[in-house]
Structure formats: structure tokens, C-alpha cells
Design a protein around this ligand. Sequence first.
Ligand code: GLC
Length: 558
Amino acid sequence: MARQATVDGEWWRAAVAYQIYPRSFADSNGDGVGDLPGIIDHLDHLAGRPDSLGVDAIWLSPIYPSPGLDGGYDVADHAGVDPLFGTMADFDRLVGEAHRRGLKVLLDLVLNHTSDRHAWFQESRRSRDNPRADWYVWHDPAGWSRRRPVPPNNWLSFFGGSAWEWEPARGQFYLHTFLPQQPDVNWREPAAAEAQLAMVRGWLARGVDGFRLDVFNALLKDPELRSNPRRWQLSRRPWDRQWHVYDKDRPDFPALIARFRAVVDEAPGRMSVGELFAGDLSQAAAYTNGHHLVFDFGLLERPWSAEAIGREIDRREAAFGPDRWPAVVLSNHDRSRHVSRFLRDLGRDDEATADRVARAAAVLLLTLRGTPFLYYGEELGLPDIRVARVAIMDPPARRAGFFFPWWNRDQCRSPMPWAAGPGAGFTNGRPWLPLSPDHDRRNVASEAADPGSVQNAYRRLLAVRRGSAALERGSFTRLATGSRDVLAYERRSGAERAVVAINFALEPRDLTPPAGSWSVRYSTNEPDGAAVAPFGPGSRRLAGLEAVILANAESASR
Ligand code: GLC
């Protein structure tokens, strides 16, 4: 099988990854917070059985010991497991159970910063001459004004305010691109860099299959700490009124990432994907290389519009070219869930439209060229939850306020609903965030029993994708459709061709496929439609929000 050939080496090209936010996936001990045994209990949902979703890898958002001021992205010990989530033995069991089901396990590496509770920082902050004194970015004040120290430069925290925090014990400032409790590691200090890479080797030795790298393009800063130039931009966020040229994306960064990747390559068949932080498409493409994927968020930032998404895809294809492999993502733990965003674009808030747009968006996500990353719950069509301002749990959102682009990330982190009833099968206790109000209907068990559910649409679609080299690894060509509401493209691998067409409108639109003989491999509107149905000559009507995958005769007879 074509798929088999990619299983070792570059398995991740054809793979579908699934992001788990561990706090919100499944709680095994009733404390209201998800944990590793909970994940193990639910691996069958993802892979290994005929009725599993059928994904290839899981990415776990941070599981390390952490004070939890940034949902675990404030790491107090990169080499451990937070007791909130379980033990290292649970982790080893999780890796074993995942592998038994053919699932790879990806960890989230937060290499840019640590928690201020990390032992390295505790030591570093004590004095200017301790063994770890230079493991973080420290600097003298630029001067004093009214008896207060002045920060070394104009850099800002992405979460609001100055990026510099004063440490009286050293009489110096330290840098924090995020919360003051998240000091930035100094990657220019060889011992600090070595210690981080040793930690990476430790996880590889435990059998981890790869990593997602948090804000990876920020790892290196300007060694001279020059101030960022002013950017004339009408924005209420001071962050947007600077060009971030000195606090990230330094010219020597690609060499550092190559060094990191060489460590990953010491263990064969592992993958890595970098999270592009506040960067543009050309940077994402430039940092992508044969081995290393990069998330750019262009698609995630576009509205539900065939034209807008089509343009973004064109830009992406041009930037990446045929040789670089993109990552595709519509939702994650930082942004409003895509069903909710797209419903807002459509001016609708009813459940039926939510299901339809979720199914159509799934076709986009799973058939574009690149490795798709699903976000837990999207396979149910899970919407954002509403969390009142006073009830916000996410400290960065509280600090950054309403103009923060990731305002209130609690909205996209609600517990996974597994079944109807109190606790939704997520917990026997009180969930750490509210459950989605429609969890009695929109949950894994109910959707499994409903052939027309979003979950079953994902399952069928993933199966179609798995059977198709064109969809998994084929070339990409956009097709003209003659309609502003229909996006269409062709994927091709050898003689196998697949045409994908998505109607973004609520009303029907005509579709004229390219010349040839086509059959419908998949339609969002036919619950058992994986069967190969003929596609009549000329044009066919696509129902509102319908998406189809057509296959040519050669592929149909495979
Ligand atoms: C990344 C994470 C986000 C976190 C930030 C700082 O962008 O996705 O959740 O707050 O890094 O670590």
C-alpha cells in the first residue's frame, strides 16, 4: 500500500494528528481535571478499533509540573509529569497503549521560557554569579527615573505590559515574552542550550515520537537587545505598534532549529512541528524544511468564505511551493473554535447549521495539501463555551484584557463530552471549566449512534483519506468553479485524482467538475455516502454547505 511506504521515515506527511488538551480530555479520579489515565481510557475513540476515529498521532499540550498560570505552558520541570495529570509510570503506559493502537505520541516542548518556579530560574535569579546566572535573559537597567529602574529596551510582553521584570536580588531585569512568571531562557548560553537538548533526548529515549515546539521562532533574541522599531498601526494593543524584529526571528535562528532537529534525528522516524509565533506565511515557509513542519495560522484567521479561504490557500501554496510540506489547522487551544467562528460569519447560531458547517470544514481540513491537526472535540462539532468575564480562569486573558487577540481562551477549552448526563462522562466531580451547554446531545456516545452526526462524518472522511494516496500526499491544484461560493481543487498522485468541492453558501450552488468520468467518493450530505456513486455528466447541484470528494474512474476501481 502507498500508505505503508510512508509509515516509517516520513510517516507524518500522510498522518492526521489530534491535539489533546489534557486538562479537558477525560478525568479519571474525580478532581474535575483531565489526566493521563483518563486519556488512556479513551484511546479507543481515536485509533485501534474499527469504530475509532482513525487518527495517527496525538499531540499532548503540556503535561509537565507547572503552577498552571498559562495552562501548563509555564513549565516548572520539563522532565517530569505534573501530579495533577498522573505519574511517569502513567505516561509510559500511555505511550505503550498508544503505540499498541498504532498511535504516535507528540509532546509539547516549551523551550522559549520556563516557569519562574523552575529550579533553573530559582537559582539564576539569586545572584549575578551563580552557575546558572546566564541561563535567562538578564540585563542592567537602562537608567533610573524617579528612583525606579528603567527597562533595558522597549520590548513588550505578548500578554501585555513591558517584557522586563525587575529582580531586586540581582539589581537587574529579566525578559519575559509572556507572563512575568514565564522568564525567557537564554539560548545563547551554551550550558542552558545543552540542558534543554538533553531533556529532549530524555523524552526521545522514553519512546516519544515527536514534538510540537511552542513559539519556536522566539527562541533567539538580538544579542545586543536593540529596541524594536515603531510601527505606525492603528491598534489598541501596544504590541501591534512595534515591528518585532529584535525580539524574535533572528537570522541565526534557522541554525538553532537545525541543531534541535539533528537531536531529534538521532532517533529515527520522529517528527517535529514548530508553532510560528506572531509571524507571517513567508516565515512559516522559510522555517519548514524536509523534516520540520511549521504551523502558520493564515487559514485559521480567515472567515468562512470561499474567496477568502481560496486566496489564503493560493498564498500558502505559492509560499510553500511543491517541495515544502504544510501543516493544516483550523482550531487549537488558543483560539475560538472554528465551528463558532464560522457560524458567526454565516450569521447563524442554530445546531443544524453548526453540524453542516462542521462537516464542510472537516473536508477542507482533511483534504488540503499538508498534515492536518485536529483539536479535541472538533470531531463532535463542539462549539465555544461562554465564560463570563468574572469567571475567566485563563490568567493571561485576565492580564491582557479584551483587546488581546486570544481573549478568553477558556472558551475553547471546555471538557470533552463523552456521554449524556451530569459530568458528561468527563468527570464524576465538578469540571474545572463549564461543559458545553449542548453536551447532552453533542457527545461521543450520542453521535456514535447517529449516522448523520459530525463524528461519523469525520470517521468516514478519515477512512476515505486513508484509502487515497492523492488526498494524503498528492499534488494540489486549485480549480476555477465559476461561483464565488464554491471552492474546488484537485489532488493527484500518479493516476489517482481526487476533486474536492465545498459550497460555502447556505443555499445550493452548481458544480461543474473537470472533464472526465467522476464518481462521488464522499459527500457531507449522504450519511452512508462513502459508497461510490456516479456523478452525472455536466453539472450537479451542491446543497448549501455541502462538500464532496469526487474520484476519477482509475481511483474508483482501485
Ligand atoms: C503558545 C501556546 C499558548 C501559550 C504561549 C506561551 O502560543 O500555544 O497557549 O500561552 O505559547 O507559552
